[in-house]
Design a protein around this ligand. Structure first.
Ligand code: NDP
Length: 475
């Protein structure tokens, strides 16, 4: 793969310095330079309320059996005051601080100190040193892909402790869930604040920085594109994947252990959530090299949105189903459970195949077969900020001919399955599908806006051929 990429890059660089008159329209891709009032209002809203939203969800499980309405009713009717709720909230503890510091330090150690060995014995797995996409300034970063190995080591140690060593209880995460939330927030804010200071004063690559001059926007969306410490510690790759995503499956296992402890059994709904989300997480690490080409890594700058989001939002809100099932141990009818499993697996299949088709297409520069045929595509070109012209292709075959983001559709089907596994008694476990629908629809529009400024008229040709975004014939 590396050899192929080098060849492709060499071909692309043949076109270097070919200026053309579309430069101004197509040279501005990447995140916004100017902040409109709507973006600013959304950012201020998120900066103020996102931590409260996370707290509200977790508190409502802790104090109100996961009811989202009861805390509000209590407050509105004067039955309780904010201070009553706050006083019952567990505070930061030394124990939680120690657990969290140990966890993050261990993940940093696994990330920087153990070069990938999985690719040496796992056929088909792409690990070790890999190249990312070309940045707007024309830089190609190298990454050490060793997330699968970090995930395996972390889980082997977890099971070794649970079944052999018994150093700590597998319910440890659940038992410290709110104190750990304060730790995650401290890290999330610390890393975002460090990122903006670093962006202003000692950026890794000044040409890939964007400073809008609006402090809140820059803090939220980030200044630096790929902040690094040293040659290999890449903030985006580390925080995007670990400690949050490695922890995701461990958090679910801890919730399952707590359900066993409290109710004497692990329900089929809890198993479903563990299995379906486990597949999603494993898929993430199996395809970590491919994730270098996704929007998070190759288009977003590193700010609060990624830094705090990866530390707090992801581990706390993506795991709500497991948390809910600790309080409500739902046992599903077998046919219903099978239906949910099928929906989850079908969603995963669509998600994976769509992503795979684009990856194969881009890796082979279109010299591949999609559904048994040579893929169809639209040729397109774009400029980096230094005026270098690059060529690319937008595929119109396979799932990419059905809709412009059918991978999101598969992701949404899988997300719905996690929620359906929790039954219909409460709204809280459905937060995930509501959030993912908003996130992915917004992301789709954001991506298309970016692609439109990147590819100009070529993007228009593409959207004329593939007319729908998520659902053919509907949207
Ligand atoms: P995509 O993997 O869909 O990447 C979009 C990019 O692909 C575009 O910017 C463009 O990049 C390129 N592209 C678009 N159309 C085509 C085409 N027809 N042929 C070839 N290339 C094309 O988006 P994401 O990075 O957002 O998502 C990756 C996966 O991650 C998705 O499956 C998504 O569901 C999942 N995801 C999950 C999240 C979660 O929180 N669980 C959050 C976000 C994503 P270029 O500039 O290279 O042309």
């Amino acid at each position: 793969m590396a050899a192929h990429q080098e060849k492709k890059l060499a071909e692309e660089r043949k076109h270097q310095n070919m200026q053309n008159d579309t430069k101004t329209s197509q040279g501005q891709w990447g995140r916004a330079w100017e902040v409109d009032w709507f973006s600013l209002a959304s950012i201020l809203f998120l900066l103020m309320f996102a931590p409260l939203i996370v707290y509200y969800f977790i508190m409502s499980c802790d104090q109100y059996q996961c009811s989202l309405t009861d805390p509000l009713l209590d407050l509105l009717t004067g039955n309780k005051h904010l201070s009553n709720i706050w006083n019952r909230t567990p505070m930061l503890t030394y124990r939680a601080a120690a657990i969290y510091s140990l966890w993050v330090t261990f993940q940093v150690f696994l990330y920087v100190s153990i070069p990938d060995f999985c690719h040496k014995f796992l056929p088909g797995y792409v690990g070790g040193v890999q190249e990312g996409a070309v940045t707007p300034a024309g830089v190609v970063n190298k990454y050490e892909i060793n997330g699968l190995q970090a995930w395996i080591i972390s889980h082997v140690l977890w099971f070794a402790n649970a079944y052999c060593f018994h150093f700590f209880s597998p319910t440890i995460i659940f038992d410290n869930w709110i104190p750990l939330l304060w730790c995650a927030n401290i890290l999330g804010y610390a890393v975002s604040t460090f990122a903006i200071i670093k962006g202003y004063f000692f950026p890794t690559n000044a040409k890939d920085c964007k400073i809008t001059g609006n402090f809140f926007y820059d803090y939220m969306m980030g200044i630096e594109f790929n902040p690094r410490i040293g040659k290999w510690f890449d903030f985006k790759l580390f925080f995007n994947g670990r400690p949050g995503i490695v922890a995701w499956t461990l958090i679910n296992l801890s919730f399952a252990a707590k359900q066993q402890e409290l109710h004497g059994e692990v329900t089929n709904s809890m198993i479903l959530v563990n299995v379906l989300q486990g597949i999603y997480v494993l898929d993430f690490f199996w395809n970590e090299a491919w994730y270098l080409k996704t929007i998070d890594i190759c288009h977003d700058h590193f700010g609060w949105y990624l830094g705090w989001g990866d530390c707090v939002w992801l581990p706390y809100l993506y795991t709500l189903q497991g948390l809910y099932l600790v309080y409500h141990p739902v046992q599903l009818r077998t046919d219903y459970a099978m239906g949910v499993l099928m929906l989850g697996l079908l969603g995963y299949y669509i998600f994976r195949m769509t992503n795979h088709q684009k990856d194969l297409f881009r890796r082979t520069n279109g010299n591949c077969r999609i559904w048994g045929k040579k893929p169809e595509y639209i040729e397109c070109s774009y400029m980096s900020v230094d005026g270098t012209k690059y060529y690319s292709k937008l595929m119109t075959s396979g799932f990419w001919g059905w809709a412009r983001h059918f991978n999101y559709t598969g992701d949404l089907m899988g997300s719905l399955a996690y929620c359906l596994a929790c039954g219909f008694e409460h709204l809280l476990p459905y937060f995930y599908i509501i959030y993912m629908t908003i996130l992915l629809t917004h992301r789709c529009i954001r991506d298309e806006h970016r692609c439109s400024s990147k590819y100009g008229k070529d993007w228009k040709c593409y959207t004329a051929v593939v007319r729908y975004r998520l659902l053919p014939g509907v949207f």
